[in-house]
Design a protein around this ligand. Structure first.
Ligand code: SF4
Length: 339
């Protein structure tokens, strides 16, 4: 209770305490992923046992129909996830994703993607297309990570996060609790975030949904106390980040979810489903927020997102000014101006 009280205090100093962002996540390419994340239904390693059929990349118009529906229902961030390791050899698919990003952004929504590992060039193209945020979770502590995933290194994840940050895109990076980790691993995950050159704009906290057929199918649901301790600790260590109460939310009661908002969570995923797991719907979530005196957060209302959006524009203006001053014409103009 003391931890929640302290987290709530930090929350109030850094965020409007009555706002919770509603986000909608769409799976734009289901299954068939070559990675071996032991919690995930979309890994091809678990496909036979899970029984999930791989699908092709969705077309742009279908995505935009879903984004419009999400916006009409009050979601202000639209996230798109594709199940693959990276985008090498997917030139046409990547071009289609850039169009999706442009289309969603044109709806005046925050737009986020999660597409596996990114190169700096791909990150720059996504930024140019209007991407607000890129999700790439660290999942757990550096120490526990090899017990969960063996096909991608922890440091490779950090490289992608760096490419995203360098491109001027907001970083969304968090983890999953309930993987079999201990308290120290949860602290380790949050500590790792605190060591990044910039705290992530968004820190998703997922409570494992144990999917039959995955290696973690028998894991027990994390207790509400473990969940609240994680959210509250993240809120204190990452005071300006949006803490997203993501997968697994519907297995907690409304009062438990309200305690998570009290502890500092200020975003949820809502709509028809998450990538492969269920979530509660818009009407249900609007009604829940209203019962607790909470309301949705607008697009680009979060200070951190706004700053990130403006930062690159400012840098570009400064670069243009410097280039103009350095050119003979620009230097002449500058001299004239000072005379
Ligand atoms: S979590 Fe992502 S990278 Fe890992 S198997 Fe699932 S889709 Fe692939």
């Amino acid at each position: 209770m003391e931890l929640i009280f302290r987290a709530a205090t930090v929350h109030r100093l850094n965020h409007p305490p009555d706002q919770v962002q509603l986000c909608t996540l769409l799976n734009i390419k289901t299954g068939g992923c070559s990675e071996d994340c032991s919690y995930c239904a979309q890994s091809s390693r678990h496909a036979d046992k899970v029984g999930l059929k791989a699908e092709k990349l969705t077309d742009v118009e279908t995505v935009l129909v879903e984004a419009r529906k999400a916006k009409a229902n009050g979601s202000t961030r639209f996230c798109m996830g594709a199940a693959w390791r990276d985008m090498s050899g997917r030139k046409r698919g990547f071009e289609r994703i850039l169009k999706m990003v442009q289309g969603v952004r044109a709806l005046d929504m925050e737009v986020c993607t999660t597409l596996g590992m990114l190169t700096p060039e791909q990150a720059a193209q996504l930024k140019q297309a209007g991407l607000t945020a890129y999700n790439h979770n660290l999942d757990t502590s550096r120490e526990y990570y090899p017990k969960v995933i063996t096909t991608r290194k922890f440091d490779e994840r950090l490289d992608t996060i760096e490419a995203v940050r360098e491109a001027g895109i907001s970083v969304c990076s968090g983890g999953i609790i309930g993987l079999g980790e201990n308290d120290g691993d949860r602290v380790g995950l949050i500590w790792e975030m605190s060591q990044l050159p910039e705290a992530p704009e968004s820190f998703p906290v997922n409570a494992l949904v144990a999917i039959p057929g995955t290696p973690l199918e028998a894991n027990e649901r994390v207790t509400v106390q473990e969940l609240l301790r994680t959210i509250a600790t993240a809120r204190i260590v990452l005071p300006t980040s949006i803490i997203r109460f993501a997968a697994g939310r519907i297995s907690y009661t409304e009062t438990e979810q309200a305690m998570a908002f009290m502890a500092g969570a200020n975003a949820v995923f809502t709509g028809e489903r998450m990538l492969t797991t269920p979530t509660s719907g818009w009407d249900e979530d609007h009604a829940m927020l209203a019962r607790w005196g909470l309301k949705g957060m607008g697009s680009f209302e979060s200070t951190t997102v706004r700053m990130k959006e403006n930062q690159k524009a400012l840098e570009a203006t400064e670069e243009r000014k410097a280039a103009a001053a350095a050119s003979p014409v620009g230097a002449g103009a500058a001299a004239e101006a000072s005379a």
